[in-house]
Design a protein around this ligand. Sequence first.
Ligand SMILES: Cc1cc2nc3c(=O)[nH]c(=O)nc-3n(C[C@H](O)[C@H](O)[C@H](O)COP(=O)(O)OP(=O)(O)OC[C@H]3O[C@@H](n4cnc5c(N)ncnc54)[C@H](O)[C@@H]3O)c2cc1C
Length: 388
Amino acid sequence: MKYDVVVVGAGPAGAIASKYAARAGARTLLIEEHASIGSPTQCTGLISKAALVECEIGEGSFILSKMKGAFVYAPGGEELTVRGKDTKAYVIDRKIFDRALVERSLDQGVDILLKTRFIDMNGGRISVIAEGEQREIHADIIIGADGIQSSVGRAAGIPRCKKFLSGIQFEAPYTAKDPEFVEIFTGNDIAPGFFAWAVPFGGIARIGLARSQDDIPAISYLERLLKHPVVASRYRGSLTEHVIGGIPLGPPVKTTKDNVMLVGDAAGQVKPTSGGGIYIGAVCAKLAGEIAAKASRKEARLGEYEKRWRNSIGRELATGMRIHKSLGKLRDNDLDEFIAYLNQPQIREIITEYGDMDHPSILFQKLINMKDKKRLIKLMGIAFKTLF
Ligand SMILES: Cc1cc2nc3c(=O)[nH]c(=O)nc-3n(C[C@H](O)[C@H](O)[C@H](O)COP(=O)(O)OP(=O)(O)OC[C@H]3O[C@@H](n4cnc5c(N)ncnc54)[C@H](O)[C@@H]3O)c2cc1C
């Protein structure tokens, strides 16, 4: 088998990259190790309206509910309400969503092989295991869209991402305070270095947390979250789907090497402030697919991908990483103070006006421009002072 472009991994990034490669004239193959697309799912499925636009997919049956805002809980219990004027985000079913994205790529003429696992490569020769047998596929350009563990990245010798968070989540019956509001819980007892959440839809919620890696089992944190007074009052026992997954933060210095490019989680293209990777993955996947097609015809170099994706979202990711690091260092009493600061009426107005889940730097830029920024700088530390 010989292709211009082979994309490994049929998640959102792989689906979009393959669509763009085929659209730009490349004979393209998408390979996926699992028997079905979008399964197993390791995601809360909360995406912005902009993400849907970036994925070039209209509202479909994958939308489970629409979100207008968030309740953010400080460790000490203070509740901050962040209210959008209209729908800010969707809760989606990743199985249906990922399949819809792959269908669009197949519509562009992409070939697909399921139950086909990339194992290694040597130049343009890719070794895969399909139906228990080792086979070879030839490709001019290889796109690794194979998620956090990225076998393609390892085989190419591309360094790994800078940091990894550990996530754990399950679904359970839940009586949300408001079904159009996401609930965010902070505190070093339940999610050190990050946060926990309950994302409601149809009488249930995806309840979970991500945290900096440590030796304490994830389940211990989940048990503590379930004892949080707010969660305990809304969680109605029992559980369905249970997932454990990692979140890569901070792209490696290079995401291309020889004839290989990485995209999506494989390249650490994830927002460090929220752990969301679908929006940024889509932005970068379009560039990856288009440039891969050109490179297969010797009309572009892969370095162009590196340059263009970093120009497009590199700054936002770097700013996000600094905000993440600053917030991750806060002790519980600092988090209480930080949330109390955000809970002032004039600050809440700014959050409503400028809060953008895909571009948090816009809001932080507005906050740092305010007269009363001393408290903020004290809390966020030196990283924040030098942020802008
Ligand atoms: C607990 C948790 C909650 C999250 N919540 C959100 C959220 O609410 N919103 C959001 O935007 N993001 C969220 N994310 C992140 C989001 O899930 C990822 O950023 C997104 O799935 C990345 O897409 P991708 O296509 O790069 O990789 P993936 O979706 O991981 O897809 C990679 C694909 O490659 C395949 N693959 C892997 N190795 C091979 C191989 N060797 N051969 C062939 N195929 C292979 C896999 O089977 C998979 O289908 C969450 C992550 C976690 C862990």
